[in-house]
Structures are given as structure tokens and as C-alpha cells.
Design a protein around this ligand. Structure first.
Ligand SMILES: [Zn+2]
Length: 94
């Protein structure tokens, strides 16, 4: 699944509810999910890790949608040509 398709799917599933909750409340949920990912990274269980990465990506996508940002376009613009600072891949920044 491409980033754009994923963002559209999350919009289809949750955008109405997440927009009604608003940016601040939705950002709190995002932070909570980042905390869950942190705990999963510490525990190191593969299945749990995958689920938490997916959750963080979903909350990131919904925050982007509420903010009117297309994640794929933003990522391509910033990282599509290599490191945003030095333009090399891999990054050659000191
Ligand atoms: Zn660099």
C-alpha cells in the first residue's frame, strides 16, 4: 500500500470523527500511540511492534489530513532528492 492510498483509507475510516475531535485532541491520541510504540520497541515482540507502527502511521496520517497536508507529497518534496540538507544519499552531513 502506498502512502497516498494509506492516507485516503484512514480518511475514509476516521476523518469525520477525528476532524470533529479537532487537532489538539487528535494530537493527544497520536502522542499516546507514540508512547505505546516506545513500550513495544522496549519489549521487542514482532507482532506487537508491527501493530504499533501501523497505529502511529495511522494517527500521523489523520493529523496530516486534518491539517490539509498530503503526506506522500510532503515526503516526496522534502526527502525525494536525498537528505534535505546535503542532498546526498546516504546523508553526508557531519
Ligand atoms: Zn545530510
Amino acid at each position: 500500500m502506498r502512502i497516498q492510498d494509506f492516507q485516503r483509507r484512514i480518511e475514509e475510516l476516521y476523518l469525520a470523527r477525528d476532524s470533529a475531535r479537532g487537532l489538539a485532541g487528535t494530537h493527544m491520541w497520536f502522542c499516546e500511540e507514540v508512547g505505546e510504540l516506545t513500550r513495544a520497541l522496549r519489549r521487542g515482540k514482532r507482532e506487537e511492534l508491527e501493530g504499533e507502527f501501523a497505529d502511529v502511521l495511522a494517527w500521523l496520517a489523520t493529523l496530516a489530513s486534518i491539517s490539509g497536508v498530503d503526506l506522500a507529497d510532503a515526503a516526496r518534496r522534502k526527502y525525494g532528492r536525498g537528505c534535505p540538507r546535503c542532498a546526498a544519499a546516504p546523508c553526508a552531513c557531519a
